[in-house]
Write a protein that binds this ligand. Structure first.
Ligand code: CMP
Length: 138
């Protein structure tokens, strides 16, 4: 059975021109793209999206970064989409990411780590609904 997950190609990866390579990797790894758009988040939109991290010391830095430049939001479909996308992304800290993962190849640092992915089916549904209306999902 196919599942959905939510992904972001973050501002650092878009600024560095890696969006095409990341979308190629998504398709080559068997994901379907159900929704995709280029957006530039406001600070308050970034704060709403990352509200779960609002008490963390890096919250200000994270939301400044995510609202600093355009990013690409994605709704991805695949069997076991949530864990499959997390495997393709690699560890949150690119220094710990496996060879061949997106963060190993395209991320600069823990804060600017190229891509985001949901950590559960429940959060995937919440995150997809935060950025996409039903009409925007194919
Ligand atoms: P992401 O998967 O988007 O979820 C939350 C983000 O917070 C994470 O990727 C990292 O980019 C960022 N993050 C996590 N820990 C730190 C940290 N210690 N300092 C800065 N950013 C962090």
């Amino acid at each position: 059975m196919s599942n959905l997950t939510f992904g972001i190609i973050k501002p650092d990866a878009v600024k560095n021109g890696y969006q095409g390579k990341i979308i190629d990797a998504i398709l080559e790894n068997g994901f379907g793209i159900r929704g995709m758009k280029l957006i530039h988040m406001t600070k308050s939109e970034a704060e709403g999206f990352y509200a779960v991290h609002s008490e963390r010391p890096f919250f200000g830095e994270l939301t400044d970064f995510m609202s600093s430049a355009p990013c690409i939001v994605l709704c991805l479909e695949k069997e076991n989409a949530v864990p499959e996308w997390r495997v393709l992304m690699g560890a949150t800290n690119p220094e710990e990411a496996d060879e061949g993962t997106l963060r190993k190849m395209y991320a600069n640092s823990l804060g600017e780590n190229a891509v985001h992915g949901s950590d559960s089916d429940e959060n995937a549904a919440i995150e997809i609904a935060y950025f996409f209306s039903k009409l925007e999902l194919v």
